[in-house]
Structure formats: structure tokens, C-alpha cells
Design a protein around this ligand. Structure first.
Ligand code: FES
Ligand code: FES
Length: 154
């Protein structure tokens, strides 16, 4: 089938999409946007998080066909061209990135949190990131990164 959607502000058309294909697969394998990661494909880890019509979703759980006519923003779209977004900078500066596999999902989820709540409490940060799993950092550096991003964007 043919899929038409907007990704990071650009209209895109993809041919030959299989009915069972996920939005994550389309983004990574057909549209050349590998930022969203494929870790569990079961909605458990958050590494594939993107916005669809402004709502945070796990793109591994969204059928490509469900994205027809929608606006999708990936971690690539959060950065302003070659400039990192302050959330991305904060993750780097706080040392919240080790293998980096979870990082795109945390960045998108943090971006979503800070636009809803510019000055989150630690409890609100933990709640907002509860759907994102990291195998490496122990989470403290990630919390530091979110606090730093909040200071800079709040
Ligand atoms: S790959 Fe989508 S939630 Fe893990
Ligand atoms: S930095 Fe490796 S999984 Fe989070």
C-alpha cells in the first residue's frame, strides 16, 4: 500500500508498505530516520518514542497504516537542523548517554514532559520517564540531564 504522512515537517510518500508493518519500521528502514531505536518491539522500552499528531507514542506499536495523513516528529525533528535541542545537549553534558540505545526515546519523552511541565519535580520526572528503560546508566545521570534541561528551557 501507499502511505502518505508528514515527518519532521516534510510530506513523505512511501510505496510498498505491508499492512503489518510498524511506523517504526517505516521511519527507520524506508525513510532513512534511524534515530528511533528498535529494542523490544513490544511497547516496553520507549526507545522508539515519537510524536504522532503531538502525542507521544511508541512507534513500534503503531501500524504504519495508522499514520496515514498524520504528523510525525522523530528525535531527528526535535533538533533544529545541525543544532542540538537543549534537551539533547543536557543529556550529553550530564553524561546521561552510555551505549545511547535508549537515548532517543528519553530525549523525546523529556521534550514532551518539559513542554507540559517546564519545572517538573523529581516525582514528575520519574513518572514521565517510567515508560523508558535504560540498561546502562542507572538512571541518576538521566535525572540530572532532565533537571539540567529544565533549568535551561524553563
Ligand atoms: S521498541 Fe518500541 S517500546 Fe521498545
Ligand atoms: S545508555 Fe545504554 S541503554 Fe541507556
Amino acid at each position: 500500500m501507499r502511505l502518505r504522512l508528514e515527518v519532521n515537517g516534510e510530506r513523505r510518500e512511501v510505496d510498498g508498505v505491508w499492512e503489518g508493518e510498524s511506523l517504526l519500521y517505516v521511519l527507520r528502514e524506508r525513510l532513512g530516520l534511524p534515530g528511533s531505536k528498535n529494542a523490544c518491539e513490544q511497547g516496553e522500552c520507549g526507545s522508539c518514542s515519537v510524536y504522532m499528531d503531538g502525542i507521544l507514542v511508541c512507534s513500534c506499536l503503531v501500524l504504519a497504516g495508522q499514520a496515514e495523513g498524520r504528523e510525525v516528529v522523530t528525535v531527528e525533528g526535535i533538533a533544529g537542523g545541525d543544532e542540538l535541542h537543549p534537551v539533547q545537549e543536557a543529556f550529553v553534558e550530564a553524561g546521561a548517554v552510555q551505549c545511547g540505545f535508549c537515548t532517543p526515546g528519553f530525549v523525546v519523552a523529556t521534550h514532551d514532559l518539559l513542554r507540559r511541565e517546564p519545572e517538573p519535580t523529581d516525582a514528575e520526572i520519574r513518572e514521565a520517564l517510567a515508560g523508558n528503560l535504560c540498561r546502562c546508566t542507572g538512571y541518576e545521570k538521566i535525572l540530572d540531564a532532565v533537571r539540567l534541561a529544565a533549568q535551561r528551557t524553563g
